[in-house]
Design a protein around this ligand. Structure first.
Ligand SMILES: *[C@@H]1O[C@H](CO)[C@@H](O)[C@H](O)[C@H]1NC(C)=O
Ligand SMILES: *[C@@H]1O[C@H](CO)[C@@H](O)[C@H](O)[C@H]1NC(C)=O
Ligand SMILES: *[C@@H]1O[C@H](CO)[C@@H](O)[C@H](O)[C@H]1NC(C)=O
Ligand SMILES: *[C@@H]1O[C@H](CO)[C@@H](O)[C@H](O)[C@H]1NC(C)=O
Ligand SMILES: *[C@@H]1O[C@H](CO)[C@@H](O)[C@H](O)[C@H]1NC(C)=O
Length: 245
């Protein structure tokens, strides 16, 4: 009897300790998870001639004060990363997928190269992804449909090849802006695209797309601009590079 009570008390104590340990590691890691994700990105930059990250991204100051980094007002969590036009050369490392509160990723006009890490799909809050004017290559991953809140996807002026994945648009109900111009994309325009009913701007210009413009284009009632020039797409001429009002 006394023995059982003792074991029970011991068990409770062990459990309690376990929870304390779990809780304290959890609360200490979530600040530094974002910091270590940013430091991993910095470590994958092989050229930074303006020493943007090299001198500014110093652990002597909070990462929320680092150039290009915006944190939310309530928590020390990165909500936006904007490294546009910083002359950076490097890759996007998988650790970026740990910036769990990120809503905006703007890497425009740098020399990020290689393929994009699938860990980006952890970023369920992303509303904007902008990789315009970089050297990303490979096929456009079909996992771009993993961002339920995505409003703007701009991959213009990279070296993406192959077809636009047919299932890429299955779960992007909020998409308003899609810029894929200036790549090496081939094949047909997937009709799945027309499931994104909120699309306002589309540019697929300067690729090697072919086929006919699907008639479902007419279902995009919010569409204001559509650019398709410099492809082999057949259709009514007035549908090329036109402005709708
Ligand atoms: C880093 O850049 C930010 C924004 O330009 C600036 O406010 C901050 O003082 C800089 N920090 C260091 C350590 O240079
Ligand atoms: C750590 O994350 C939890 C939930 O994600 C949050 O409630 C808590 O405020 C965070 N801690 C700090 C110090 O930011
Ligand atoms: C990123 O910064 C550039 C230059 O300051 C600015 O033009 C651009 O709008 C910013 N991107 C986002 C998504 O706010
Ligand atoms: C790209 O970045 C460089 C360096 O900051 C700048 O001089 C150039 O004007 C930028 N180009 C565009 C198209 O933004
Ligand atoms: C962050 O991401 C990397 C790669 O995706 C992973 O190995 C690592 O354990 C993650 N967590 C932290 C806290 O850095």
């Amino acid at each position: 009897m006394g023995n059982t009570a003792f074991s029970l008390a011991l068990m409770m104590a062990v459990l309690l300790l376990h929870f304390v340990a779990l809780f304290s590691t959890k609360t200490t890691t979530n600040i530094s998870t974002d910091q270590s994700a940013l430091l991993a990105l910095k470590a994958h930059i092989i050229s930074d001639p303006q020493k943007m990250l090299k001198t500014n991204w110093s652990i002597a100051t909070s990462f929320c004060n680092w150039v290009g980094v915006t944190c939310g007002s309530r928590h020390q969590k990165v909500i936006a990363l904007n490294l546009s036009s910083m002359l950076l050369t490097g890759i996007v490392p998988p650790q970026i997928g740990n910036l769990s509160f990120l809503t905006s990723l703007d890497l425009t006009n740098n020399s990020f190269h290689g393929s994009l890490p699938i860990q980006l799909t952890n970023l369920r809050r992303l509303k904007l992804i902008n990789l315009v004017l970089n050297n990303c290559y490979g096929e456009i991953p079909s996992w771009f449909d993993s961002f339920p809140k995505l409003q703007s996807l701009s991959l213009s002026a990279n070296n993406f090849v192959g077809q636009i994945p047919s299932d890429m648009f299955e779960r992007l109900p909020r998409l308003q802006v899609l810029y894929l111009d200036g790549n090496k994309l081939s094949g047909k325009i997937p009709s799945g695209l027309f499931k994104c009913k909120e699309l306002e701007y589309i540019s697929l210009a300067f690729n090697s797309l072919e086929g006919i413009l699907p008639k479902e284009i007419g279902e995009l009632t919010m569409l204001e601009r559509l650019f398709l020039q410099e492809n082999q797409i057949e259709g009514k001429q007035k549908a090329f590079g036109c402005y709708f009002n």
